[in-house]
Design a protein around this ligand. Structure first.
Ligand code: NDP
Length: 296
């Protein structure tokens, strides 16, 4: 038996099409155009690539894109002043500050200065608290994308055993909260977990968000389980650079029921969910119904 491949690239295209359709209807019926502001401080090459593809996809779905590229030595006062302007700008429904920030800037302070209803990354402490208490919040994009793929594949997730490997604030913890919200029985594993393979083999849903290339082999996978590989690791193999996940694909695919590939799995869903969150924020700001199927 080989696992079904969960095609994140195709799924993300479907999400973007749904967002685009909703945006077009909003413009037609209410004259409202959702707007996303992305703030980049400095010249980190990976961040520049992310920001430009976010801007491009924002425009493709019919939203307004506002890019703010600031020099690496921007002061905290200037950055906070820009965020304050964006918070008050009615044309901006979503604000994203690209991380990591240069080390002289306090990331927590900066993120927590974003108006929570515009915090489309879902990293503001208010949104973390709302998610943790099961209330309506802005949900971090990567775990939201994972949840959408799981719901699409399984329908209802209630009662399933889910193991999330990784406890970061941007992936592991919110992923666990979302799975709990869908009534899974959730275990969060991390670097101090004892007998990780045995813990993982108890999972009907295994989410790997570790940042270690191909660490979870087929031995960590229960036969028939669904494996969501969040990892993005660049490694050199046979003299070539290659992108691999946190799961050893070849051995996992022989055991699992379904697997997300890397690339083409979770990755493309992240920006699609950013656009979905911006649309949701816009609908909430105007007291309009939220787009169905695009929120947690
Ligand atoms: P972090 O480095 O913040 O967290 C990694 C987590 O993995 C930590 O909780 C750590 O445990 C745990 N861990 C590390 N080593 C082990 C081990 N040997 N056994 C068990 N657990 C371990 O990473 P992120 O959550 O930010 O990212 C995880 C991966 O997901 C990365 O590859 C990243 O590139 C990718 N990513 C992909 C995104 C996408 O769009 N697809 C978006 C965001 C991230 P401890 O807390 O004990 O140290």
């Amino acid at each position: 038996m080989t696992a079904a491949i969960i095609d994140g690239k195709a799924f993300a295209a479907k999400v973007r099409a749904q967002v685009a359709e909703h945006v077009a209807r909003l413009k037609d019926e209410s004259g409202i155009q959702p707007g996303l502001a992305v703030v980049l401080v400095g010249e980190d090459p990976a961040s520049q690539v992310y920001v430009s593809s976010k801007g491009k996809q924002t425009i493709e779905v019919g939203m307004a894109s506002f890019e703010h590229k600031l020099p690496a030595d921007t002061s905290e006062t200037d950055l906070l002043a820009l965020i304050d302007r964006l918070n008050r700008d009615p044309a901006v429904h979503g604000i994203l500050v690209q991380l990591p920030l240069p080390s002289h800037l306090n990331s927590e302070l900066v993120i927590n200065s974003i108006e929570p209803s515009k915090d489309v990354d879902g990293f503001h402490i208010s949104n973390v608290g709302l998610l943790g208490t099961g209330q309506k919040s802005m949900v971090p994009c990567t775990p939201l994308g994972c949840l959408m793929m799981l719901r699409d594949h399984h329908g209802k997730l209630a009662g399933m055993n889910a193991v999330v490997v990784g406890r970061s604030n941007i992936v592991g913890k919110p992923m666990a909260q979302l799975l709990l919200g869908d009534s899974c029985t959730v275990t969060i594993a991390h670097s101090r977990t004892r007998d990780l393979a045995a813990v993982c083999r108890g999972a009907d849903i295994l989410v790997a968000a570790v940042g270690r290339p191909e660490m979870l082999t087929g031995d960590y996978v229960k036969p028939g389980a669904t494996v969501i590989d969040v990892g993005i690791n660049r490694i050199e193999r046979n003299g070539k650079m290659k992108l691999v996940g946190d799961v050893e694909y070849a051995s996992a695919v022989a055991v699992a029921g379904a697997v997300t590939p890397v690339p083409g799995g979770v990755g493309p869903m992240t920006i699609a969910c950013l656009l979905a969150n911006t649309l949701t924020a816009c609908c909430r700001a105007h007291g309009l119904p939220e787009p169905a199927g695009l929120t947690a």
